[in-house]
Design a protein around this ligand. Structure first.
Ligand code: GLU
Length: 447
C-alpha cells in the first residue's frame, strides 16, 4: 500500500470533503505498516475498497412549518460497508450536515462497529434540519417526512439507523411511528427506541457509560485509579450526561462542563444526584445551554463563549462534535497536567491536537473506540428485538462493560509501542480494519 499515492487519489476523487479526507488519512497512516506486512490486503485491494462507500442516498425532505410555510431540507444515508453485518449507525440532524459529514461518520462507523465484536456494518445518515427552536409539531412533521423517504432504504436486516446529534428518543419515536404506518410491521428497524416499544435498558446512558469503562481500562494500564480525578466534559447532551453519572458513581469529580453558550466550572464537582438531575432537566428542554446551571448552583461559575479545555483537570472528555478540541487546546491541557483525553465525540480532536497529545505521551483514546458503547448497546437492542425479549439493566450493563474491555484490549494489542506507550488510534484502526478486511476477502469481489 502506497500511502502517498492513495491519499493523492483520494483527494482528487473527493475534492471539498475535508472531514472525510481527515478521517481517511488518520486511518491510512496508522494501518499502512500492518497492511504492508500482510500482502493479501493489497492483492484484494481491501484498502481502496473500504475507502469507497457502498452506496450514498441523498434525498429531498419537504415539510410544512407552524406558519404554514414550506421548508426544504436535504436528507442522507451513507451505507458504507456491509461486510460484517447490516449497515448500522446514527442519524444526525444538525445544520452543519453535508455529504462530507455523512461520509466521514459512516467511514468511522465501519471501524467502530467492527471493534464492538458484534455483527454490524457501518452507515450514517441525517439532515441539515436544525431542531433548535422548532416546535414539537415541526420536529414531528420533519421526522415523518424524512422517514417517508428513508424507509425505502432501511430494514432490520439491511440498515438499522439510530440517534446522533439532534436525534434522541423523541425523534426516534416519530420516525418509528411513520415507518410502521408505511410498512405495517413492528420490527427492530431503528434502535434507541422507548422501553415500552422495543428499546433496551441502558441505551440512553450507553455512550457515556462505555466511554468511562474504556477510561477505566486506560487508567488500569497506567496502574492509576479513577477516584478523585478531576474531569472536564464538553457537549451538554446525552453522552456527557451518561458519562457524568458513571464518573460520579466511580468517585471521579466532573468540575467543568460546556454547552453552546460557554462552560461552567464547579469546584465542588457535578456529582450530586440533584445536579445530575438538573442536567437532565436542562437537556430535556433541548436548548443544551449551561448558563442556568450556574444560576441554580452557587458553587458553579459560568464563562461565556469558551470551551472547558482551559480548566486544570486530569481527564478531558470531549463529547460535542467533530474538531472541537484543537492543537492549542491540547497544549493547554498538557501544560495543566492533563493525562487522559477520551474522545467521545466522533473525531472530536483535530489531527494536530492528536499529534500534540501523542507527542506529550498523554493517553489518547479515539472516538471510534471510546464512544463505541452507544452503537454496541444498539447492537444489544437488535439482539433483544430479534429474540423478542428484554434483558435486565444488569445484563445489558455487564455486556456493555465486557465489550468496552474487549475494545480496550484490542487497542492495546495492536497499539502498544516499544516504549510501552499505547497508540490507541493505531490500535483501534488496525483492530477495526482486520475484521472487515477478512470478511471482505472471504466474500469475494462483491463490493
Ligand atoms: N450515533 C452513535 C454513534 O456515533 C450511535 C449509533 C447507533 O447506535 O447506531 O456511534
Amino acid at each position: 500500500m502506497n500511502f502517498k499515492k492513495l491519499m493523492a487519489d483520494l483527494e482528487a476523487k473527493n475534492p471539498a470533503q475535508p472531514l472525510y479526507l481527515q478521517a481517511a488519512k488518520e486511518v491510512l497512516e496508522t494501518i499502512v505498516d500492518f497492511v504492508n506486512e500482510n500482502p493479501k490486503y493489497d492483492k484484494y485491494k481491501i484498502v481502496e475498497r473500504i475507502l469507497e462507500p457502498e452506496r450514498i442516498v441523498k434525498f429531498k425532505v419537504s415539510w410544512v412549518d407552524d406558519k404554514g410555510e414550506i421548508q426544504i431540507n436535504r436528507g442522507y444515508r451513507v451505507q458504507h460497508n456491509m461486510a460484517i453485518g447490516p449497515y448500522k449507525g446514527g442519524l444526525r440532524f444538525h445544520p452543519s450536515v453535508t455529504e462530507d459529514t455523512m461520509k466521514f461518520l459512516a467511514f468511522e462507523q465501519t471501524f467502530k462497529n467492527s471493534l464492538t465484536t458484534l455483527p454490524m456494518g457501518g452507515g450514517k445518515g441525517g439532515s441539515d434540519f436544525d431542531p433548535q427552536g422548532k416546535s414539537e409539531g415541526e420536529v414531528m412533521r420533519f421526522c415523518q417526512a424524512f422517514m417517508m423517504e428513508l424507509q425505502k432504504y432501511i430494514g432490520p436486516e439491511t440498515d438499522v439507523p439510530a440517534g446522533d446529534i439532534g436525534v434522541g428518543g423523541r425523534e426516534i419515536g416519530f420516525m418509528y411511528g411513520m415507518y410502521k404506518k408505511i410498512r405495517g410491521e413492528h420490527v427492530g428497524v431503528l434502535t434507541g427506541k422507548g422501553l415500552e416499544w422495543g428499546g433496551s435498558l441502558i441505551r440512553p446512558e450507553a455512550t457515556g457509560f462505555g466511554a468511562v469503562y474504556f477510561l477505566e481500562g486506560m487508567l488500569a494500564e497506567n496502574k492509576d485509579s479513577i477516584k478523585g480525578k478531576k474531569v472536564a466534559l464538553s457537549g451538554y447532551g446525552n453522552v456527557a450526561w451518561g458519562a457524568a453519572i458513571k464518573l460520579a458513581e466511580l468517585g471521579a469529580k466532573v468540575v467543568a462542563i460546556s454547552g453552546p453558550d460557554g462552560y461552567i466550572y464547579d469546584e465542588e464537582g457535578i456529582t450530586s444526584q440533584e445536579k445530575i438531575n438538573y442536567m437532565d432537566e436542562l437537556l430535556q428542554t433541548r436548548n443544551n445551554v449551561v448558563a442556568p446551571f450556574a444560576k441554580k448552583f452557587p458553587s458553579a461559575k459560568f464563562t461565556a463563549g469558551k470551551r472547558p479545555w482551559e480548566v486544570k483537570v486530569d481527564i478531558a472528555i470531549p463529547c460535542a462534535i467533530q474538531n472541537e478540541l484543537d492543537a492549542d487546546d491540547a497544549k493547554t491541557l498538557i501544560k495543566n497536567g492533563c493525562k487522559y483525553v477520551v474522545e467521545t465525540s466522533n473525531m472530536g480532536c483535530t489531527a494536530d491536537a492528536v499529534v500534540e497529545l501523542q507527542k506529550a505521551k498523554v493517553a489518547f483514546a479515539p472516538g471510534k473506540a471510546a464512544n463505541a458503547g452507544g452503537v454496541a448497546t444498539s447492537g444489544l437492542e437488535m439482539s433483544q428485538n430479534g429474540m423478542k425479549l428484554m434483558w435486565t439493566r444488569e445484563e445489558v450493563d455487564q455486556k456493555l462493560n465486557g465489550i468496552m474491555n474487549s475494545i480496550h484490549s484490542n487497542c492495546v494489542k495492536y497499539g502498544k509501542e516499544k516504549d510501552g506507550y499505547i497508540n490507541y488510534v493505531k490500535g483501534a484502526n488496525v483492530a477495526g480494519f482486520i475484521k472487515v478486511a477478512e470478511a471482505m476477502i472471504a466474500q469475494g469481489i462483491a463490493y
